[in-house]
Design a protein around this ligand. Structure first.
Ligand code: PEP
Length: 251
């Protein structure tokens, strides 16, 4: 059985005190009876306190990014070793905002994935097409190439530490959501692409999350699609009631 996952990407929101407040609120409000992994990704400065705060809960903590090098003269950057040293062993890589504003390419992301895996971290790998690519019917090609360029070099046994997050760029932070049918169509395509390269077992086991304006009102319908194994949530992850209601959508 594939693991169901709901992950919240807090982006550059919440200072130290606000982070504690939101974590307390989540501890109060998240349902206990939904079988799913819950992960939150606060900003770098609050990762350490989040790990400490959540140590007796089943909520995991992820970083939103990481540098590919082990260490060195990379001012402002954070290494895998630094994350591991504070108890963070999950990292989001390839978010569309990193791709768009920080020019991250799939070749670079392949390096980051390698470094994360070398440090026995789990990777939530984000990818997805832009609006113009969907409008010109290029979306399947784009997604296939992102997977090939960033992940097809992996050994089969690396896949136990990979979580995929399909996030159509046109649906992120826009209020525009892929329809459940569009999400299912793409998730099925992604699973088949993985199967072609790595075989049925790996394709069946990998969790594929959907991201892009998931809200309490649409979560259940999207999550009920057979190839959708949960969600990566942005805006709605910043309010505990909304995030908890989205998690309920997996029930
Ligand atoms: C995201 O940033 O990964 C995301 C899915 O954002 P939102 O839910 O706000 O569209």
């Amino acid at each position: 059985m594939r693991t169901k996952i709901v992950a919240g990407n807090w982006k550059m929101h919440k200072n130290a005190e606000e982070t504690e407040d939101l974590l307390n609120d989540l501890i109060d409000k998240l349902p206990n009876d939904v079988e799913a992994r819950i992960i939150v990704a606060p900003t770098f400065t609050n990762l350490s306190s989040a790990v400490e705060h959540l140590q007796f809960t089943n909520i995991g903590v992820a970083a939103q990014n990481m540098h590919q090098a082990e260490a060195g003269a990379f001012t402002g950057e954070i290494s895998a070793n630094m994350l591991k040293s504070i108890g963070v062993d999950i990292v989001i890589l390839g978010h569309s905002e990193r791709r768009a504003y920080f020019h991250e390419t799939d070749a670079l992301l392949a390096e980051k994935v390698n470094t994360a895996l070398k440090h026995e971290m789990e990777v939530i790998f984000c990818f997805g097409e832009e609006l113009k690519e969907r409008q010109s019917q290029q979306h399947f090609n784009v997604v296939e190439n992102q997977l090939k360029d960033a992940l097809f070099h992996l050994e089969k046994n690396a896949w136990k530490n990979i979580i995929l997050a399909y996030e159509p760029v046109w649906a992120i932070g826009t209020g525009e959501t892929a329809s459940p049918e569009q999400a299912q169509e793409m998730h099925q395509f992604i699973r088949r692409t993985i199967e072609t390269k790595f075989g049925r077992e790996i394709a069946d086991e990998v969790s594929i999350l959907y991201g892009g304006s998931v809200k309490p009102e649409n979560a259940k319908e999207i999550f009920s699609q057979p190839d959708v194994d949960g969600g990566l949530i942005g805006g709605a992850a910043l309010k505990a009631t909304d995030f908890a209601a989205i998690v309920e959508g997996l029930a």
